[in-house]
Design a protein around this ligand. Structure first.
Ligand SMILES: Cc1ncc(COP(=O)(O)O)c(C=O)c1O
Length: 463
């Protein structure tokens, strides 16, 4: 069998994917997909759309957890990657410095002029690890402060800053001297920093888990307190950065200038892993302080030509197609539409978002029959309700979406930044129909809830 043509190989064997994963990879993931009916066998992806084995088109509101900001398989990105492979570039010489990395760093810093240096990595979590090491090294302090519900990645340093038990349980002990405080609580931050032993406060400007927005004045207060106590203000923009919220960085909405900005996910357009720490010169100079410390932190594949070239191409696409502006416009339209639904449907409690990072929160209804159904489901499995919306969205309306975290009632929209008015229309009518169905008791949606809860109970009992 020739492995030369990966497209032929994919066509020949893609139907075996679930069996292969059950045998050789994560069997639980296959069980999840089959239980919720997501095992449709996606065969291709273009832009904001995915196509399944029957040729049905889906609108992707997940964008690979936020990596496909410019959509899947963008022709400019594809051409750039092909060009790199066709150009015999001197990739990863290691005892040289990368020309493409220099150019990408220059481009990024032009967008964030108060920072001076870039350190490239291969993923989000690796970017967080670098920031933690840099912060400790630069300040000579051990402490790290982070927020409840924070998500910064799942390697040990980043996991030590995770604000949700489910990710941490069973993996301890974690990094010492990491302290959790509530998001949006400046008093708690002041108490945590007052010892002057804290190297960094690491915070997502908009939290991904739950789509929690900072209150007015919060990030300005964070900046002031960090400066007052000599703590580095680290903005994890791995999900919010590069246009997602309708600005290049989310922190621009609140006019603050962190000491470090962390990027990853969409930075390379999604097809090549990448990450970047943007930071101040003095921080960098403390870490890479002498010639014999020139490689004191690094990673073999960081700054590889495919990632760096993809980063340059991604920034071109963002600018050429005015995608930051599009994210702002489409996001505003969607938030308005969801706010209208919140007025019309008692199950919709709140709508939060900036640009194309939007959370739709559901909550206990008032009317008697609906409240009984809600309470019964909550008693069986808290947080399951959102699946009663996302499953019909997928099955009946061909929309791929996600619940914004464990045990919470918020559905998150994180579509590619290229979505059009037509796509927004699709989203609005699909959500409207699925939410309207959820208000019918008894009805198909609540029967689905009972089935899912029974499944979950059985799975727990057997496993
Ligand atoms: C804000 C934030 N930080 C860090 C990460 C970790 O990135 P990665 O999955 O590439 O390690 C994520 C991923 O979801 C994220 O949303």
């Amino acid at each position: 069998m020739s492995h030369n043509n990966i497209a032929t190989l994919f066509t020949e064997r893609e139907a075996e994917r679930y069996g292969l994963h059950t045998r050789h990879l994560n069997e639980q993931m296959v069980r999840v997909l089959k239980t919720i009916g997501y095992d449709v066998g996606f065969r291709s992806g273009r832009g904001q759309y995915l196509y399944d084995r029957d040729g049905d088109r889906y609108l992707d509101l997940l964008s690979g957890f936020g990596v496909f900001a410019i959509g899947r398989n963008h022709p400019d990105l594809r051409d750039t990657l092909k060009t790199v492979l066709d150009s015999d570039l001197p990739n990863l010489v290691q005892m040289d410095v990368s020309a493409l990395a220099g150019m990408l760093a220059e481009r990024l810093l032009r967008r964030v002029p108060y920072l001076d240096k870039v350190f490239f990595t291969n993923s989000g979590t690796e970017t967080v690890e670098a920031a933690l090491k840099f912060a400790r090294s630069a300040t000579g302090r051990p402490g790290i402060v982070y927020c409840g519900h924070a998500f910064h990645g799942l390697s040990y340093g980043a996991l030590s800053l995770n604000g949700d038990g489910i990710f941490r349980d069973g993996f301890g002990p974690l990094l010492p001297d990491c302290v959790e405080i509530p998001f949006n609580d400046l008093g708690a931050l002041e108490n945590a920093l007052a010892s002057r032993q804290v190297a960094a406060f690491v915070v997502e400007p908009i939290q991904g888990k739950g789509v929690n927005l900072p209150e007015d004045g919060y990030l300005q207060g964070v900046q002031e307190l960090c400066r007052k106590f000599g703590t580095l203000f680290v903005a994890d923009e791995i999900q919010t950065g590069i246009g997602r919220t309708g600005r290049f960085l989310a922190v621009e909405h609140w006019g603050v200038e962190p000491d470090m900005v962390l990027l990853a996910k969409s930075l390379s357009g999604g097809h090549v892993p990448v990450g970047a720490v943007l930071t101040r010169k003095w921080v960098f100079d403390k870490v890479f302080s002498r010639m014999d410390r020139a490689v004191v932190h690094g990673s073999t594949f960081a700054k590889n030509d495919l990632a760096m070239a993809a980063g340059l191409a991604m920034l071109d696409v963002i600018e050429d197609e005015r995608l930051i502006e599009n994210a702002a416009t489409m996001g505003e339209r969607l938030v308005e539409a969801f706010q209208d639904m919140a007025r019309r449907y008692e199950l919709v409690k709140a709508v939060r978002g900036k640009g194309l990072m939007i959370g739709v929160e559901f909550g206990a209804p008032q009317s008697f029959k609906l409240k009984m159904a809600w309470n019964a489901l909550e008693a069986m499995n808290s947080g399951l309700f959102c699946q009663l919306i996302t499953i019909p969205l997928f099955k009946d309306h061909k929309i791929l979406s996600q619940v914004a975290g464990h045990g919470i009632h918020t559905i998150k929209l994180l579509p590619p930044l290229i979505i059009s008015d037509e796509d927004c229309q699709w989203i609005e009518s699909a959500f409207d129909a699925a939410i309207a169905d959820a208000h019918r008791v008894p009805g198909a949606i609540w029967s689905l809830g009972k089935t899912l809860a029974d499944h979950a109970i059985k799975a727990r009992a057997s496993g």
